[in-house]
Write a protein that binds this ligand. Structure first.
Ligand SMILES: [Zn+2]
Length: 68
């Protein structure tokens, strides 16, 4: 039997943005740029999500002050 000590594929963590080997400093990304890209994505999603549809928004002054 021969031992398969070599040729073992190492699972190199890669940047989820561009696929390059990630940098220890910018984990889990490879660079500050990709980190920003990921951040931007989150922001975009947050913006993409439509706010609650404005229905009956009746705030402020109104003729409903009853004084007696
Ligand atoms: Zn990257």
């Amino acid at each position: 039997m021969s031992d398969n000590s070599q040729g073992e594929p190492k699972r190199t963590p890669r940047c989820p943005i561009c696929g390059l080997p990630r940098a220890h400093r910018y984990r889990p990304f490879c660079s500050a740029r990709c980190r920003d890209v990921d951040l931007a994505r989150w922001f975009n999603e947050a913006y993409a999500v439509p706010a609650a549809p404005s229905g009956d928004e009746d705030e402020g002054e109104g003729e409903g002050e009853e004084k007696g």
